[in-house]
Design a protein around this ligand. Sequence first.
Ligand code: ADP
Ligand code: MG
Length: 287
Amino acid sequence: ATPTSIMVGTGKAAESGILFKGGEHLERTHQLEAIILDKTGTITKGKPEVTDFTGDNETLQLLASAEKNSEHPLAEAIVAYATENQIELQEVNYFEAIPGHGIKATILGKEIIVGNRKWMLDNGIDIGEAKERMQVCEESGKTAMLIAINQEFRGIVAVADTVKETAKEAIQQLRDQRLDVIMLTGDNERTAKAIAGKVGIDKIIAEVLPEEKADKVKEVQLQGKKVAMVGDGINDAPALAVADIGIAIGTGTEIAIEAADVTILGGELLLIPKAIKLSHATIRNIR
Ligand code: ADP
Ligand code: MG
C-alpha cells in the first residue's frame, strides 16, 4: 500500500463526512466480512415518543418524577409525555438505575419500579394482566416498560422510536457488498424483530446487557470474521473498541467517538457502505 493513495482515500472520505482515525483503518475496512449495528440511535433516530400509557395520574406522576433522574432516551420520552400532560414532577428521595433492566426510586414515601420483564421478576412483581398488551406493543416495534408502585403492578408505558429514512437502503447496500449484517440491542426480542424487519435485517442479537455487547462482537470474530461495530452510546464504547473496525455515529457521545476507528458525521448510515466502497477502490488501486 502506498502512503499517498491511502492519504488520497482518507481525504476523499473526509470530504463526504467519513472520518478515519488513520490510514490503517481504511485498509482494515477493506477486509470487513460482517457488520453489527446497535438499534437505538444507530438504526433508529434515538428519539422515542410515548405512544401508550395505561396507568392513572398518580402513576404517571411517580413514573415521570423517577425517570427525570435517568439519562436514558426512554426516560426522556416519559418526562416529555408527563410535561405535555401538565403533570407536576416531585423530588426523589432515592434513585437507582440498573443498566439493561430499569430503575427504582422512592418518591413521597412510595417505592416505584420501572423496567422490563426481567426487572419485575427480579423484584417479585406479578405482571399477569399486562402480558398481552405488552406483546401487542412489541410486535409493532415499540418498547414497553412495566410500572409497579409499592410492589403492586400499576400499568405499562410504551414508546416508539422511528427508523432512520435511509436505514433500509444502507443495509441493502451493505448486503450487496457481501457483508453479514447483524442488529444488536438491549431491547426485547420481539421489538428487535419488528424493527429489524422494517429495515431488512434478519439476524438479531437481543436482550444483551450493556456489559455483554463487547462479548457479542468477540463471538462473531470467533466465527473467523472481520467485524465492524456501529454504535452511538456510552454503552457501545467497549464493543466499538473490540471490533476490527469501530464506527461511531457522529451524533453520539464523545466517548463512543473516542473508542471508534471511524466516525460517520451526522449519523447518516449511507456513509457506511460509502466508506467500504472507498476502501475497496483505494486498496484495489494499490494492488
Ligand atoms: P438499548 O440497547 O436499546 O440502548 P438498554 O440496554 O439501555 O437498551 O435497555 C434495555 C431495556 O432496559 C429497555 O428496553 C428497558 O426495558 C429497560 N430500561 C433501561 N433503562 C430504563 C429506564 N430508565 N426506565 C425504564 N426502563 C429502562
Ligand atoms: Mg443504545
